[in-house]
Design a protein around this ligand. Structure first.
Ligand code: ARG
Length: 465
């Protein structure tokens, strides 16, 4: 074994680690992602130790220079990681000792890899949350831009994938806005729970050094300090919560993707995607496939999988730290990369979709979409709603028999079913009339949509991002 590669925990061992075991237990193949956070964490730890005279100022300067030089080389991809050194923490420590000598060995005073890895992960996730929130805000702005122009675009609102009631296309888009808004809120709230410092908990019991955890927290921008050292090193709730709120986000994206996929079929033909967002078939020359939304829909599976994997990872673990926890890295990194790329895909895609407004209007005029308006019309004239429902049901039955739309009925034909129907019914039965009558708070009437767009724009403007 290369002398440089001596494991920091070698002391009590008489045998060299088995090569298979070395490979099997190492995490460096994936946890190198944490390198910049590990360095940040070490710099803060060293500064705190210095403030308490556990390290001298001179020693701190040497450690700081060494860590900064590693950080520089890292940015230029100049560092080789070693499997023999197991993980990112031991790799960086070893690199530091190589660069600054004996003083490098003092860095690990009063800390453990257990509190170190928990701190690195929280720093990493904090950055991911900030990136997610920034991208979600851009996406929401894109939705608003689209919605603003489509307030009067008539769209067939569906339930059970059957034509239900006419709505404005902007209203449908604003439904997506709301879902994304809740995701944004969840990530923002989650940030508070992530932004808690575990460092100073050491292996599990805390440390006998007179450390200043508040200073470390301030240096790293943590808003709070963990209250129990056993919990702090074994807690992976924040990892599970990250995958949980990411799963909700991906479920939303998957539904959205599904709609785009359906809408682009020739059977629906409500929207088309630009060629640059689609791919073709190697055999069928006519094909233009919506690969981007399909992949977003597909990628939701791996995020849900990570959530279930992490719950299973944690459920049987006694307190405090167990090596099992090392298995949290790949699902977190994969989830972070997946959600960020899916949000970006939608950020790019949404401004590029083109709408086939005629097709939407045509579909909204089918399927007796204004039957509820007819029932409400009767009820407003004094017929109890259940009876109105029954009468309109019979009218629809007749329309199916004659192969008519409701608007094709004459006034006399309507009157055969109910004498209270007048010629003003035709306005009520038009998709425009139906939409403009839905003035209840949060409904599809133009004034309601305008209000919701205004409120949404204001709320986005007030964000710090
Ligand atoms: N690579 C380890 C992980 O990811 C770091 C903590 C190791 N601690 C230990 N006591 N073996 O969890």
């Amino acid at each position: 074994m290369n002398k440089d590669m001596t494991k920091p925990w070698q002391g009590r061992f008489t045998e060299k680690t088995d090569q298979f075991v070395e490979e099997f237990t190492a995490s460096i193949k994936f946890d190198y992602v944490l390198a910049p956070y590990d360095i940040k964490c070490s710099l803060a730890h060293a500064e705190m130790l210095t403030s308490k005279d556990i390290l001298s100022k001179k020693e701190f300067e040497i450690l700081k220079e060494g860590l900064n030089s590693i950080d520089e080389d890292l940015k230029q991809n100049k560092i080789d990681w070693s499997v023999q050194l197991e993980d990112i923490h031991m790799n960086i420590e070893n690199e530091l000792i190589k660069r600054v000598g004996e003083i490098g060995k003092k860095l690990h005073t009063g800390r453990s890899r257990n509190d170190q890895v928990a701190t690195d992960l929280r720093l990493y996730l904090r950055d991911i949350i900030d990136e997610v929130c920034a991208e979600l805000s851009v996406l929401q702005k894109n939705i608003l831009e689209l919605a603003k122009n489509e307030i009067y675009t008539i769209f067939p609102g569906l339930t059970h994938l059957q034509i239900a009631q006419p709505i404005s296309f902007a209203h449908h888009m604003m439904a997506w806005f709301e879902m994304i808004d809740r995701d944004f809120e969840r990530f923002t709230e989650f940030r508070k729970r992530v932004n808690v410092l575990p460092l100073g908990s050491a292996a599990l019991a805390g440390t006998s050094y007179n450390i200043n955890r508040k200073l470390t927290a301030d240096l790293l921008g943590f808003e709070a300090i963990s209250k129990n050292s056993v919990d702090a090193v074994s807690d992976r709730d924040f990892v599970i919560e990250f995958c949980s709120i990411s799963s909700l986000l991906m479920m939303h994206f998957s539904r959205w993707a599904e709609e785009l996929i359906i809408w682009t079929t020739p059977q629906y033909d409500f929207v088309s995607l630009p060629d640059k967002f689609c791919t073709g078939s190697s055999i069928m020359p006519q094909k233009k496939n919506p690969d981007v939304p399909e992949l977003v829909r597909g990628k939701s599976g791996r995020v849900f999988g990570s959530l279930v994997g992490l719950l299973s990872l944690m459920k049987g673990q006694p307190l405090a730290y167990n090596k099992d926890n090392q298995e949290d890295k790949e699902p977190i990194f994969d989830t972070a990369n997946t959600i960020i790329s899916c949000i970006k895909a939608f950020v790019l895609l949404i401004p590029e979709i083109s709408l086939n407004r005629e097709k939407m209007l045509e579909a909204a005029g089918q399927g007796f979409a204004t039957a509820t308006d007819l029932a409400d019309y009767l009820t407003k004239k004094g017929v109890p709603f259940r009876d109105s429902h029954e009468i309109v049901g019979k009218i629809v039955q007749k329309a199916i028999e004659l192969d008519y739309q409701l608007t094709e009925f004459s006034l006399e034909m309507f009157r055969e079913h109910c004498h209270l129907i007048d010629k003003d019914i035709f306005e009520v039965l038009s998709p425009e009339g139906s939409i403009s009558s839905r003035t209840s708070y949060g409904g599809t009437a133009p004034a309601q949509i305008e209000r919701s767009i205004d409120e949404a724009s204001e709320s986005i403007k007030s964000r710090r991002i």
